[in-house]
Design a protein around this ligand. Structure first.
Ligand code: GTP
Ligand code: MG
Length: 333
């Protein structure tokens, strides 16, 4: 629902954080709160977040550990506001970056109202899931919903079996009652996406909305731009390279002396890798690969910003940045 669709204009007051909060005329039984998706890398958390929000707020890829920071996506309904906190995949950390990402997830989990534990339908429950289950077991009395993702990839029988195994896991890791619900979903085939929202909303507290109507994410534009470039650069690279890649937008400025009806934004970007050999791969023969990354991400950035952009991409080597506290800080971790 857009603001203009409301029949009554709601009185608005500013919160301490500068957000706007509606204080009155909230429907009886209105719920609002935070839900976080956790799960192994590549479980489909970000794809599900985007499907629920109805817009891309988080980048996705078939490489593990695509998400590196928490991203809020907001679902607005007549009866509720569901703030989804997409998190990096949880795993046994091997680098300082991995450790920082895990800490971030743990901190997020302690703050949300309900947790959605994502387990892919097409993969056996393994030690990685149990590792996450143990962390969830430490959250006292917080409702945990098991979301069995990628349901489109398996047969009905296999799905039924996975739902059963997941329920058992819940009883094993969460003392008292197990999961609050076990919901199969396919974010790419739009199967049961609304059902996931219903279940999560049902576990939120009664509360006025937390974000202004219509706001879909609190992800800053400049960060989203960097993410879209990283998403394009992840396409087609293998092995360790996805982990070694970091993207920083150094500057984003409207170009001067442009006609008012044809604005252009200049975006200067550094892509960091850990080794010179990786730099060569990202750039490609005669720069072909980097050009492709540029043109692919430019389209999605222009769609996001609603303006034409000029992308200036540079590839730099930041040796072992995933293990180096100073460099991690500089790259925003
Ligand atoms: N077939 C199918 N593929 C899916 C579905 N959801 C996600 N995927 C694919 O699974 C891969 C991983 O999805 P992501 O949403 O990036 O996974 P994630 O859990 O956010 O991963 P990390 O951020 O690395 O932890 C991508 O290639 C998605 O296209 C689904 O419902 N069906
Ligand atoms: Mg993700």
């Amino acid at each position: 629902m857009k603001k203009s669709d409301r029949d009554v204009e709601l009185p608005v007051s500013k919160t301490a954080t500068g957000g706007e909060l509606f204080r009155s005329e909230i429907p009886e039984g209105y719920r609002a709160g935070f839900a976080s998706f956790v799960g192994r890398p590549n479980a489909g958390k970000s794809t599900l977040t985007n499907a629920l929000v109805g817009r891309k707020v988080a980048i996705t890829s078939n490489k593990p550990q695509t998400t590196r920071h928490t991203i809020r996506g907001i679902v607005h309904r007549d009866d509720a506001q569901l703030v989804l906190v997409d998190t990096p995949g949880l795993h046994r950390p091997r680098t300082l970056l991995g450790q920082r990402l895990n800490d971030l997830v743990a901190e997020t989990l302690s703050e949300v109202d309900v947790v959605g534990f994502c387990l892919p339908a097409n993969e056996k429950i393994g030690p990685g899931d149990r590792f996450i289950g143990q962390q969830l077991g430490l959250l006292q009395r917080k409702p945990v919903v098991a979301v069995v993702t990628k349901a489109d990839l398996v047969s009905r029988e296999a799905l039924a079996e996975q739902l059963l195994n997941v329920s058992r896991l819940g009883e094993e890791i969460l003392d008292g009652g197990g999961f609050a619900a076990v919901v199969p979903v396919s974010a790419t085939k739009d199967y049961q996406v609304d059902e996931v929202a219903d279940v999560l909303v049902g576990l939120l507290p009664e509360s006025p909305p937390l974000y202004p109507d219509g706001e879909l994410t609190d992800e800053p534009e400049i960060k989203m731009v960097a993410e879209l470039i990283r998403e394009a650069a992840l396409e087609g690279v293998r092995d360790e390279l996805p982990h070694s890649l970091a993207v920083v937008v150094e500057e984003m400025l409207p170009r001067e002396d442009r006609p008012a009806d044809k604005p252009l934004v200049d975006i200067h970007v550094n892509l960091y890798v850990e080794r010179p050999s990786q730099k060569a791969i990202i750039i490609g023969k005669g720069g072909a690969r980097l050009r492709e990354v540029g043109s692919r991400s430019r389209r999605s950035i222009e769609a996001l910003l609603g303006v034409r952009v000029f992308l200036d991409l540079h590839v730099k080597v930041a040796k072992e940045w995933q293990r180096d506290p100073k460099q991690l800080g500089r790259l925003g971790f």
